[in-house]
Design a protein around this ligand. Structure first.
Ligand code: FAD
Length: 338
């Protein structure tokens, strides 16, 4: 089991969770960041990486994906650690006021402060209605690509017609032994240039493309061994596979955080605007997941909340020291030792 000890555990690696690492780092507090998705960036990476944002102070225009890259660069001096691709499930308060945060895969993070920056919630895969699909989850069926190398030399079927299905088809084609893309339509929802690339790869036999089709059954003893594909109501046929990756998008869910005993208002966490603390001492909520009178679900509001949270968390982590505001222009960025 993976055990991590840190000052602050941040749940959610969206823009607000990432910026919280910076604000905490300035005050010499170490952070471990957990996200259910395999990559950082939250909604910006998952929903609109190529869209320009116009209301980030100091940037007249910046692509969402570039803002995330900048935030990664900005927090690098503080050496945050990450657990990606694992949803946080439980929060346990210890007798000394500290916490153990646990993920669905059993990773345990011991910390003095928990910062929930969970945005709209944990992005969960939209699963196709195929009987017994859940039996093969993590035994051949994957809903997201956590580590592309895991598909090296494997026979893989991807299903879907959006950006994720197209992008992973293009990327994994070079790694897999056989790659088939199954799509129910004849046109794709994803970027036209990605769709054109997939069509040309199919023409050159780098991948197999089956249009107007659906995966209707999955088979195997313990692990997944084959899928059945139905093409336009013709006779279904079987493809032997090691992996089936249905990529039909993600839906955000508040999920397990709902059961942590926090005061909620319509699935958002109620906070005190003095420091964005929740009803549990030592637990803060910032960004899209919190609520208070006048709340705006904007990135810049989340950044402000992160700054106020950090100075309050400092009082918990260093109870004997007094918080003194220091400007970065005066003090610079003092790297945290790894
Ligand atoms: C199309 C679109 C355009 C937008 N345009 C703008 C704009 O122009 N300007 C602007 O300011 N805002 C804009 N927004 C809103 C902005 O994206 C959000 O305010 C911002 O993403 C909130 O950041 P966050 O870090 O709080 O949450 P998110 O970006 O939602 O990130 C939260 C992360 O937490 C993770 N998470 C949640 N629960 C768990 C759990 N239990 N375990 C592990 N991980 C978990 C999620 O997987 C996610 O990655 C836009 C939103 C959309 C959808």
């Amino acid at each position: 089991m993976n055990k991590i000890t840190t000052d602050i555990c941040i749940v959610g690696a969206g823009p607000v969770g990432l910026f919280a690492v910076f604000e905490a780092g300035l005050l010499k507090m170490r952070c471990h960041v957990v996200d259910a998705l395999p990559a950082v960036g939250g909604q910006l990476s998952e929903i609109y990486p190529k869209k320009p944002i116009y209301d980030i102070p100091g940037f007249p225009e910046i692509l969402a994906g570039d803002l995330i890259k900048n935030l990664e660069q900005q927090i690098a001096p503080f050496h945050p650690t990450f657990t990606l691709g694992e949803r946080v499930e439980d929060l346990e308060k210890q007798d000394d006021g500290s916490f153990i945060v646990r993920t669905v895969d059993g990773t345990e993070i011991a910390c003095k402060v928990v910062v929930i920056a969970g945005g709209l919630g944990s992005f969960e895969p939209r699963k196709p209605a195929i009987e017994s699909l859940d039996k093969y989850e993590r035994k051949g069926v994957e809903y997201m690509v956590r580590d592309p190398e895991a598909f090296h030399n494997k026979r893989v079927v991807i299903a879907g017609g959006g950006d994720s299905a197209l992008d992973w088809t293009i990327y994994l084609a070079g790694l897999c032994k056989e790659l088939t893309l199954v799509h129910r339509g004849t046109t794709f929802r994803g970027a036209p240039e990605s769709a054109a690339k997939v069509l040309s790869m199919a023409e050159e036999d780098q991948i197999k493309l089956i249009l107007k089709s659906n995966v209707t059954e999955v088979h195997g003893e313990d692990n997944l061994e084959a899928v059945t594909v139905m093409v336009d109501n013709a006779e279904p046929y079987r493809i032997e596979v090691d992996n089936f990756i249905p990529l039909f998008g993600l839906v955000p869910k508040l999920g397990p955080i709902e059961n942590w005993g926090l005061e909620l208002d319509k699935s958002a966490i109620v906070v005190d605007t003095e420091d964005y603390s929740t009803s549990i001492k030592g637990v803060y909520a910032i960004g899209d997941m919190n609520t208070y009178p006048g709340k705006l679900k904007l990135i810049l509001c989340g950044f402000h909340e992160a700054a106020l949270m950090a100075q309050s968390a400092y009082n918990i982590i260093y109870p004997d020291k007094k918080f003194v505001l220091k400007y970065t222009t005066v003090n610079g960025i003092q790297e945290l030792q790894q």
